[in-house]
Ligand binder design. Structure first.
Ligand SMILES: Cc1cc2nc3c(=O)[nH]c(=O)nc-3n(C[C@H](O)[C@H](O)[C@H](O)COP(=O)(O)O)c2cc1C
Length: 331
């Protein structure tokens, strides 16, 4: 029987398989990480530290009195107490000692300020890479797209001066000119990988009480088209490897993303819904498909499906359902 090889690389890291378990509570303990590694995870991204947490920690260290920072709300303060920075750094160390897959640390940030100096502690703790989840919402009427997007570059610049770790940028899908933004991020030459895309919470509230609700926390399989569109458009054009994320729930979705050029994928919600063992099933599905198509390695098919120059590109580059409607007369 021919051997099917699933190895790949991403952001300078060697991955045994192209499925990375994304940043979430799925990776918040050594025992969970060990199980994911045993199930074939190519790498894990730890749950994010938040910029606000790091700032709070810095202030506490300097003043020994967190009341000096009244602008930090109670929520952040409580979260910070429960998820301390020291615990996070220990998790990096312990996870590295326990598994032989890359352990990627994560920081959720919106601005370049004192927190960026903290990144070297993550490097010292032994993380293999640092993923920055830069979640910018264009909700300020005073700021132009250009001003908002400058934050990506300020953050990348500041953090890359602090660490030598491979930097991975996880961004949201919103930009007035997304292709241009992604290209400019790649052109900084300070970024080793991109994750398309982070998934934002949808706001919701209870109509009896008016209180906010956290609904819709997990993605559904039909959300994967946005990522597929942008991986299809961008992967052939940018030098930096791209990981697909959001709505990838089965091996078919993994195959599609790799075939159009994703270097690897991230999964979260599907593993929340079906449990960590589901990873093995998804990898088996990928191997079965590769066997049926006579591919022995991921490199043999990754990025080989090109849409950008063909008629079918309209499927990815037009927003209207022209073809869909003409094919489906009953809808
Ligand atoms: C419970 C939960 C916690 C998450 N926490 C983080 C986080 O701390 N940092 C981060 O960058 N993304 C976080 N995410 C987002 C996921 O990493 C991922 O981008 C998103 O769920 C979309 O992928 P999926 O469709 O495979 O779930 C979280 C997602 C869930 C469901």
């Amino acid at each position: 029987m021919s051997m099917i090889r699933l190895e790949t690389t991403f952001a300078g890291l060697q991955l045994k398989t192209p499925i990375i378990v994304g940043s979430s509570g799925l990776t918040d303990s050594v025992s969970k990480i060990k199980q994911l590694a045993a199930n074939g995870a190519g790498a894990v991204v730890l749950k994010s530290l938040f910029e606000e947490q790091i700032l709070e920690d810095i202030r506490e260290t300097h003043s020994q009195n967190s009341m000096d920072a009244p602008e930090l709300d109670e929520y952040v303060r409580n979260y910070t107490k429960q998820n301390s920075i020291a615990k996070y750094l220990k998790l990096i160390k312990d996870a590295k000692a326990a598994v032989d897959i890359p352990v990627i640390a994560s920081i959720n940030c919106i601005d370049a300020n004192e927190w960026t100096n903290f990144a070297n502690q993550i490097e010292d703790a032994g993380a293999d890479a640092l993923e920055l989840n830069i979640a910018l919402l264009a909700s300020d009427m005073q700021r132009t797209s250009e001003e908002i997007e400058q934050n990506y570059f300020k953050i990348i610049d500041a953090v890359s001066k602090t660490v030598e770790l491979p930097l991975i940028i996880k961004l949201g899908q919103y930009s007035a000119s997304l292709a241009n933004l992604i290209q400019r991020i790649a052109w900084t030459e300070k970024v080793a990988g991109l994750v398309l895309f982070n998934r934002f919470y949808s706001p919701d509230f209870d109509i009896e009480t008016g209180k906010p609700l956290s609904t819709n926390v997990l993605s559904t399989p039909d959300e994967f088209g946005t990522s597929l569109r942008w991986v299809t458009i961008m992967a052939p054009q940018v030098e930096v490897p791209i990981v697909a994320s959001t709505g990838i729930h089965d091996s078919a979705a993994v195959i599609k993303q790799l075939w159009v050029g994703a270097q690897a994928v991230q999964m979260v919600s599907a593993l929340y819904k079906k449990g960590p063992d589901y990873l093995t099933e998804v990898l088996d599905g990928l191997k079965d498909w590769m066997k049926r198509h006579n591919f022995e390695s991921v490199d043999q098919f990754r990025g080989k499906l090109h849409y950008t120059k063909s008629y079918d590109a309209t499927v990815f580059e037009r927003l209207q359902f022209l073809k869909y409607f003409s094919d489906n007369k009953n809808i």
